[in-house]
Design a protein around this ligand. Structure first.
Ligand SMILES: [Zn+2]
Length: 258
């Protein structure tokens, strides 16, 4: 690989971290009445954050995760989302280079990161974000289509999307929304479009495994370590993060379970 290629991967990573810090701000402000146009401020003491303390990833380390004026802890979400988005963008660039495909995938993945973070916080997948995701997933089929080794015949991706939607929709319907939201079904629809039949189903299965593993881990922690017996099936664990981790693993590493 040429040195320029490494530089471009680094640029994509840095671009991703900037997009990630925007997604962080959006995840904390969306639907709260706070404007995206105001400067970032500490959530505890409200002090406006200086530009040199807003460098993705680096500022968090330099500040040791604390606000410069009141020393209250800054959410670890900030650096995690910034670095995650950076890694995803670097991965997209290293597969597709500077192409229209990459641009579509950058937006697609940014939406997925937002859905991940928002579902983690609020346990809801917003239509305002999952519908654009579905739209872009269709666009991905038309633009990238079969040229990608990841994708299958396009029509099968559509069948997969419908199949996964119905599968999750059935969960939603029969559990009256307690196991799975309809938002999960819409997200699964998009995943079907993005990955096609074999990889799409692999991503969902991976997501279920990860979710079960983490779910059991939390149950073990609460019941055995904290001896909290009030915890039952009621504990809502947001499912979108697991589906999305499954999707990203399959997308980049082409993991096929079949
Ligand atoms: Zn503060």
């Amino acid at each position: 690989m040429y040195i320029m290629e490494y530089l471009f991967i680094l640029f994509s990573f840095l671009f991703g971290t900037i997009v990630g810090s925007f997604l962080n701000a959006l995840s904390f402000r969306f639907n709260t009445g706070k404007s995206m146009m105001t400067r970032s401020s500490c959530m505890v003491c409200n002090t406006e954050i200086k530009w040199y303390d807003l460098i993705p990833g680096i500022s968090f380390i330099l500040l040791e995760g604390k606000c410069r004026s009141c020393e209250s802890r800054i959410s670890i979400q900030y650096p995690i989302v910034e670095i995650l988005t950076g890694v995803l963008f670097a991965g997209i660039y290293s597969i597709y280079g500077i192409t229209i495909e990459s641009i579509i995938l950058f937006i697609l993945f940014a939406l997925m990161v937002f859905i991940f973070v928002y579902d983690y916080h609020h346990k809801i997948i917003l239509n305002q974000f999952v519908y654009p995701l579905i739209f872009l997933s269709f666009l991905k089929i038309f633009v990238i289509g079969n040229t990608s080794s990841i994708n299958y015949f396009d029509i099968y991706s559509v069948y997969t999307a419908i199949g996964l939607f119905l599968f999750f929709g059935a969960f939603w319907f029969f559990s009256k929304g307690t196991w799975m939201g309809l938002g999960d079904a819409k997200l699964a629809f998009a995943i079907g479009l993005i990955l096609g039949p074999i990889n799409g189903v692999s991503a969902i299965v991976l997501g279920f495994w990860l979710g079960a593993l983490v779910g059991l881990g939390i149950m073990f922690y609460e019941k055995v370590i904290r001896r909290n017996n009030s915890l039952g099936m009621k504990t809502e664990i947001p499912f979108a993060p697991f589906l999305l981790i499954g999707t990203w693993l399959v997308f980049f590493f082409n993991i096929s379970l079949f």
